[in-house]
Design a protein around this ligand. Sequence first.
Ligand SMILES: Cc1cc2nc3c(=O)[nH]c(=O)nc-3n(C[C@H](O)[C@H](O)[C@H](O)COP(=O)(O)OP(=O)(O)OC[C@H]3O[C@@H](n4cnc5c(N)ncnc54)[C@H](O)[C@@H]3O)c2cc1C
Length: 427
Amino acid sequence: MSFNSGLGMERSYYAATANPFARAPKLEGEAHADVVVIGGGFTGLHAALNSIERGFSVIVLEAGRIGWGASGRNGGQMIPGWRKSAADLVARYGEAKARTLFDMAMEARNLSVERITKHNIACDLRVNGHLTVAAKPADLSWMREEADVLARVMAYPNAHVLNADEARAKLNAPGFHGGFLDECGGHVHPLNYALGLAEAGRGAGVVLHEDSRAVSLETTNGVVARTESGVVRARYGVLACDALLGGLEPRVAKRIMPVANYLVATEPLANARELIADDLAVSDSRFVVNYFRMSADNRLIFGGGERYTPEPPADMAAFARGHMLKVFPQLCNARIDYAWGGLVSITMSRLPHIGRTGDLFFAHGYSGLGVLLPALTGKVLAEAMAGTAERFDVLAGLAPPEFPGGAALRSPLYVLGMLWYALRDRL
Ligand SMILES: Cc1cc2nc3c(=O)[nH]c(=O)nc-3n(C[C@H](O)[C@H](O)[C@H](O)COP(=O)(O)OP(=O)(O)OC[C@H]3O[C@@H](n4cnc5c(N)ncnc54)[C@H](O)[C@@H]3O)c2cc1C
């Protein structure tokens, strides 16, 4: 079992349909590079690609298998923006800074699509839009406000509010009151996207090591990353471990919290296009969000239901299927072919935590919106290592607060808060 193979990843739809990828060797002995990247998910892989394109030599240390963290097991939903609405950003930062942040998020979206196209990554990319469906009638008022702020402040004409009939024409599921369609959203096979990024990096000269867990880091006067069988000495480091960070760097761990989330993939469905029109990616407006889309072979890939305890449900398939049937009761006879879970890292503010400690840069805590944003953070970290820190400073300025209660209490206190919001969903 590899470091990141838990929660059924080896039995996931993505692992079953992964493109061939030659395993990278374990780190043995001493190695040197300009940049050592710790973590082989979207953040680490984008940082590696951007760094090598700037002329740095790069080594990636991945504790388990490339792409097997959150990056290769998520819903594959490409949702433009931050986990905060444009209206929230304006309220918090004012129009000018909110616009800068929004433009950066759109850059992330465009960079992701460009990477896939440029490197010819076979990952079932669909960019027909992302639909958020309204679980409560009251959701329509924030959706209208959001579309208005996007059009007026961000000069973004691609978001539209749908009434109940229009939403029903896109999504054949009862119980929704309308929706918010962002035409620039989409979806992707996330593991094949990650493997494609790694392959592109390898082609450009990035040295990859799998099964090479960093067990200690020194971060002043360069970065020294030690594994059990080797050591990398580098000018800079990029910490890209997200929810799997564990105790490696306690100075940054207090601002992120791992939450488990579970998915199922049904058998291929004969009536797939009747369930979701236009091959959209869809999520609902609940606090504990349900998200779903069709795979390239017409399976419904459905994620829903968070758990705040480290133990997975006894039956992951039954757990996520229960949420699926609440949205799609008509699928009660559909076979579940795959079930798996993953750890998503969230922050108090739902904005990511990006920064540096000594010569170690980090980006994590995308709070469920980490398919698109790493294309931006990887680029901005590489810019900062190359000496241009302006955009890095903008992102570092988003730093979320620490979770209350310190290392021992942050989880129980926060879990209570999350359960309260989840309960409000049900009421
Ligand atoms: C179930 C689930 C569904 C999600 N759905 C969506 C979605 O639909 N849309 C969306 O935008 N986002 C979604 N997300 C969030 C998104 O997947 C993450 O934000 C994103 O993948 C984070 O990428 P990353 O590279 O930062 O982290 P990861 O992909 O987790 O990569 C971190 C890597 O670091 C490695 N690592 C950890 N410790 C060490 C160490 N000591 N040494 C070396 N390597 C180490 C791990 O093995 C792992 O491979 C979802 C997440 C989950 C878990």
